[in-house]
Ligand binder design. Structure first.
Ligand code: ADP
Ligand code: VHF
Length: 374
């Protein structure tokens, strides 16, 4: 696959997801910075008016809610974060609605929790809604539904959410806008740190220090941005990371920021969901023969290859398929309830489609079309 390392892929993207972090929308004392939000909205409205399908993933609800709640620092406990998000999300959407409306562009609020991605039916529903908004030439503005997201069902950060949205809407490109203009080969505050212009593989930046704390109002930090870029590029999406004040240059394809080049090609939507958005409710341990069959030959998983099952899953759930050392080698939709499958574990098939006791051969535990090798 020819490596496209120039930024025209961002300029020419017909479907573009843009993620903007809290630090790029708020003033140093917290609260929304109307000027910065307006500047971003103008750039994105112009892109939308040129015919590009734009989806905005915007942080900033918690930061926007700090002022009204009299908070001078980002709250650390979940309940106060949720209260701040509740007070701030409305302000965030009001500001975006006014800013985009100045350009005659309509926006729509979409709040998601990780559960909306984990459940296949919810994922398909979110995809359908976003598709309809784009057809109606509305710019969807997405944020995590912080007010109802509990620890178990949080995305945790909008960088990961943005990568999942890029999969969901079949984006050509993902633009990550932050308070730093690129990924640096060391913490940007360290003397001698230099921007990395192009990333072609995870190995290339494995040694880069991205652990440094993010902004006072942010959640993700650089680690979540790199993880999001890798999740997107695995599925053929080009990713550009730069600062929000460079959005116009980025959308023009100028040589700004760090470009993460696609490392894989787009897989079918169902496999994309299985590999990145689904969440396993159980584990099935395979013997070596079954691992080879599933991983190397992409066959369905039959009871005979199973040595153990863990968890209380039901038919249709997502389960992890592991080898005997516990390494997850694949993920798939299981065709049995755990209690129904337990007695069949290890069952040897007689020759042909019958068990030794003459009973008809059981249906596959995970059909080949319902599994993805990780
Ligand atoms: N190697 C690195 N290159 C660039 N920035 C880094 C690096 N390591 C840590 N950072 C920090 O990550 C921060 C961006 O994360 P964050 O503050 O959460 O932004 P946002 O609010 O946009 O999500 C930068 O401000 C920077 O201080
Ligand atoms: N949903 C949260 C954003 C969480 C988040 O990822 O923030 P950031 O690291 O600034 O992108 C909010 O709106 O404040």
């Amino acid at each position: 696959m020819a490596l496209s390392v120039d930024r025209s892929v961002i300029r020419d993207a017909r479907r573009l997801v843009v993620k903007v972090g809290s630090s790029s929308l708020t003033s140093p004392t917290g609260g929304l910075d109307g000027f910065r939000l307006q500047a971003l909205s103008t750039a994105l409205a112009r892109q939308a008016l040129s015919g590009v399908r734009v989806v905005l993933v915007s942080s900033g609800a918690i930061a926007a809610g700090m002022g009204p709640l009299g908070l001078t620092r980002r709250p650390k406990d979940l309940a106060t974060q949720q209260a701040a998000a509740s007070a701030g999300q409305g302000q965030l959407m009001a500001a975006y609605t006014n800013a985009f409306t100045l350009h005659g562009v309509r926006v729509g609020q979409v709040l998601l929790t990780a559960d909306d991605m984990h459940r296949r039916s919810h994922y398909v529903n979110a995809s359908r809604t976003l598709e309809r908004l784009l057809e109606l030439e509305v710019v969807p503005i997405i944020n995590e539904n912080d007010t109802v997201a509990t620890d178990e069902i949080r995305f945790g950060d909008n960088d990961r959410l943005a990568a999942l949205v890029a999969h969901l809407v079949d984006a050509d490109a993902l633009l990550l806008l932050s308070d730093v203009d690129a990924l640096y080969d060391g913490h940007p505050t360290e003397p001698g740190s230099r921007p990395i212009r192009t990333v072609t593989s995870a190995e290339q930046i494995a040694a880069v220090d991205i652990s440094g704390a993010g902004s006072a109002v942010g959640t993700g930090g650089m680690a979540t941005k790199v993880a999001a870029a890798q999740m997107a590029t695995e599925e053929g999406v080009s990713v550009l990371l730069t600062s929000a004040d460079k959005v116009t240059a980025a959308l023009s394809g100028d040589e700004v920021g760090t470009l993460f080049v696609p490392t894989g090609s787009k897989s079918p939507a169902r496999r994309r969901w299985l590999a990145h958005a689904s969440s396993a409710t159980g584990r099935i341990v395979l013997d070596d023969g079954a691992v080879d069959a599933v991983v190397s030959h992409r066959t369905s998983l039959l009871p005979v290859g199973i040595t153990r099952i863990e968890g209380r899953f039901t038919a249709g759930d997502t389960v992890d398929l592991c080898d005997d050392r516990g390494l997850v080698v694949a993920r798939g939709l299981v065709g049995y309830d755990a209690e129904e499958l337990r007695p069949l574990v290890g069952q040897r098939l007689a020759r042909g489609p019958r068990l030794r006791n003459g009973a008809p051969a059981p249906r596959p535990v995970v059909r080949r079309d319902d599994l993805v090798v990780l």
